[in-house]
Design a protein around this ligand. Structure first.
Ligand code: FAD
Length: 285
């Protein structure tokens, strides 16, 4: 299907890009890699009057690794993450998740900023942001601000981003050495969006027990979520077969997925428990 008509701008500064978005009062959209926006235009799910291409904005394609954690510029592509050898140590859970994102061609164009702005509940990156307590940095006419990922995703395809705001950076907190983690996903085909997925990590205290457990789930609600009731099962416990079984059962009890064309709610509820079980087995193994 042909795209609807739109105007196109390719600014070279962030201020100019924000001003272009602000001037159209909701009738303009940022364009990153076009991997979600262009299909949405084709299907007439979106028909903005202006596309503001972000590709010439300086500094948005940088990956920074420091003691404070990992900072991903909004225009960092999936391919950039998989090609950056530092991230295998600096954020192995991110790398494990991105391996499940789409296919070769899409990874060459799709960006982290576009993924979280699009806010598909079955996408990996929003799930990683919530599971890891990431901070989302944005800039609009009111200036820069940062939001916790848990406050950023409001529901399916809906975020707390104002129409004149551009995501500039995703900040993932530092990843200590020795942290245990696992990422598990079930999709109909490799590279498809998740039917259900789980991102888990915990640290191990001096007595060999789990501490600071984070359990994030993807594809089982209108946005990614952490599951405090499952984290409570893990914190202070040895992550053995018994604890893992309890955590899996607590996961299925904690989620309220909907039926859709891909899977029934009951199937997803059961499946996500299995994803957490497998992710924890990887983490503990
Ligand atoms: C066949 C196919 C399979 C895919 N499979 C997966 C998958 O398995 N998992 C997965 O996670 N994704 C998948 N994707 C989506 C892909 O990961 C894209 O990278 C992602 O949707 C974002 O696309 P993009 O970066 O090109 O953003 P665009 O398509 O350019 O933009 C998407 C939305 O984000 C907004 N936007 C973009 N950048 C910014 C910014 N910096 N600030 C504010 N708003 C912004 C745009 O206005 C638009 O609303 C798939 C896509 C295709 C076509």
């Amino acid at each position: 299907m042909k795209l609807p008509a739109f105007e196109y701008a390719c600014p070279t500064t962030l201020a100019e890009a924000v001003a272009l978005l602000a001037a159209r009062d909701g009738d303009a959209k940022a364009l990153a890699g076009g991997q979600s926006l262009v299909p949405m235009l084709a299907f007439r799910v979106a028909s903005p009057g202006l596309l503001v291409d972000l590709r010439k904005l300086p500094g948005l394609n940088k990956i920074a690794v420091s003691d404070a954690g990992v900072r991903l510029g909004a225009m960092v592509r999936w391919r950039d993450i998989l090609d950056d050898a530092r991230l295998v140590k600096a954020h192995p859970l991110l790398v494990a998740a991105v391996k499940h994102v789409a296919h070769y061609q899409i990874r060459n164009r799709g960006t982290v900023g576009g993924s979280i702005a699009h806010a598909d509940p079955a996408a990996e990156m929003p799930g990683i942001c919530v599971a890891c307590d990431a901070e989302i940095a944005v800039t609009g006419t009111a200036g820069p601000r940062a939001m916790a990922a848990k406050d950023f995703f409001l529901s399916a395809l809906t975020t707390a981003l104002a129409p004149d705001e551009i995501i500039t950076e995703i900040r993932l907190p530092a990843w200590p050495a020795g942290r245990r983690y696992g990422f598990e996903e079930f999709a109909l085909r490799r590279g498809d969006f998740a039917i259900a997925a789980a991102a888990v990590f915990y640290d191990v205290d001096a007595g060999g027990r789990a501490a600071n457990a984070h359990v994030g789930v993807i594809g089982v609600g209108d946005r990614p979520a952490r599951l405090p009731s499952v984290e409570a099962v893990l914190n202070g416990a040895r992550v053995d077969a018994d604890t893992i079984a309890k955590a899996a059962a607590a996961t299925s009890a904690a989620v309220t997925p909907q039926d859709d064309i891909h899977a029934s709610a009951a199937y997803r509820r059961s499946l996500v428990g299995t994803m957490v079980e497998r992710a924890l087995a990887t983490a503990a193994g």
